[in-house]
Design a protein around this ligand. Structure first.
Ligand code: PMP
Length: 389
């Protein structure tokens, strides 16, 4: 543990309160630092009210909190034009992507248009687009769905292949920033050049927001969707950021109603915490832990690290993985491995990794880390795994 790592770790009471356990499932949900817990407590005990045109201070404070957190999200995502963009709070990435699909895409597409869908990414970034297409088909609007091509060697998107697929009718591309099984950066910044200025790119940032710096400006995307609970905030606190698409900000239907005020409060506190801790540093740490684990697994014969096959060839450098490593044992089923690992105190994700129809369907174990995890935890995990060979 470095001094930096131990200072951050000390701020997560659930982690320090259970020294016998190692939480290695942060891609599913992250733990929450004391600053977020304090904000939640403070909000609920000093100003809990509904947002809107209040005539009393708690309601006014809640309204400002929501507005301020919208601006906070824009700044956090390096929004190049916060005056024309919009942030809508949603329960998480699954809901956010569905909102974009059903409230925006279905209105925008015209007969004969084409869209590109990444079928080997998370299911949440495949099924909403197909539902939108089906709903349009029922009204007689035919849309062609192209499958996003992937590079066999590295697992990220094959932009040359994509260049061969796109046409002037390509209106929409769904993409993922960091893959939830392989941990690889999908190189989304290359997509704009291939699809041109008019196609709308929607980013699933579930595994990147809160783990590494995310710049919608550099990635040149039109929508970015993420889950607060994977970025140190409470469950139910995600957001959809949208650039004013051709001058019009995304204005979804039926989004009135009571917002998740306490979730939004937690999100603001989490983003502040992440900025203070430093996202570059967090990224370096989690990439380093993933590399340590990948290297260790490569030395253990019965284990196969999933994805990025070429990079796993003998003596090749380990491909950078953003805090996520998925692997399987030659003989032990992933679910059994999950139980065995928990008997040694390790909490990992076993089996069922929610990949779309082009994804892996063999069962596997996923280890995912955040700033509170330590090298010692990775080394102990490797020791236990070595004992199962
Ligand atoms: N996309 C990706 C890449 C994910 O990893 C996840 C969560 N595993 C989701 C979407 C769905 O996120 P949520 O469950 O928070 O809606």
């Amino acid at each position: 543990m470095t001094a930096w790592n131990s200072a951050l770790r000390a701020q997560f009471p659930i982690v320090t309160g259970h020294p016998e356990l190692a939480y290695l499932d942060s891609a599913a949900t992250t733990q929450k630092p004391q600053a977020v817990l304090d904000t939640v407590q403070e909000y609920l005990t000093t100003s809990n009210a509904n947002a809107g045109r209040g005539t009393y201070p708690w309601a006014n404070r809640t309204t400002s909190l929501i507005e301020e957190t919208r601006e906070r999200v824009k700044a956090f995502l390096d929004d190049p034009d916060p005056d024309t963009s919009a942030v809508h709070f949603v329960s998480g990435t699954t809901e956010g992507l569905r909102r974009v699909a059903l409230d925006w895409l279905t209105r925008e597409l015209r007969d004969g248009d084409e869209i590109v869908v990444p079928f080997a990414d998370h299911e949440a970034n495949a099924s909403p687009w197909l539902e939108a297409v089906e709903s349009l088909a029922r009204q007689g609007t035919r849309i062609t769905v192209q499958e996003m091509p992937y590079q066999a060697s590295s697992g990220d998107y094959d932009t040359d292949g994509l260049a061969g697929l796109v046409s002037p009718r390509t209106r929409f591309v769904a993409a993922t920033h960091v893959h939830h099984v392989y941990g690889g950066d999908m190189n989304v910044h290359r997509i704009r050049r291939v699809v041109g200025p008019d196609a709308v790119i929607c980013l699933d940032a579930a595994q990147s927001v809160g783990h590494l710096p995310v710049s919608v400006k550099e990635l040149d995307v039109d929508f970015a969707v993420f889950s607060g609970h994977k970025a140190l905030a409470l469950p139910g606190s995600g957001a959809v950021w949208s650039r004013g698409v051709r001058g019009t900000p995304f204005a979804p239907r039926g989004w009135s109603g009571t917002p998740n005020t306490v979730g939004v409060a937690s999100l603001g506190a989490a983003l502040d915490w992440l900025d203070r801790a430093g996202l570059e540093r967090i990224e370096r740490w989690t990439v380093g832990l993933a590399a340590r684990l990948t290297e260790g697994l490569r030395a253990l014969a019965p284990y196969e690290v999933v994805g990025c096959q070429l990079s796993l060839a003998e003596h090749s450098p380990v491909q950078q993985r953003h805090g996520i490593v998925t692997f399987r044992h030659r003989d032990v089923h992933a679910v059994d491995l999950g139980f065995i690992l928990f008997s040694h105190g390790f909490m990992v994700r076993a089996d069922g990794l929610c990949q779309g129809r082009a994804g892996e369907n063999r069962s596997s174990v996923r280890v995912s880390v955040h700033a509170y995890n330590t090298r010692h935890e990775v080394d102990r995990l490797l020791e236990v795994l070595a004992g199962l060979t």
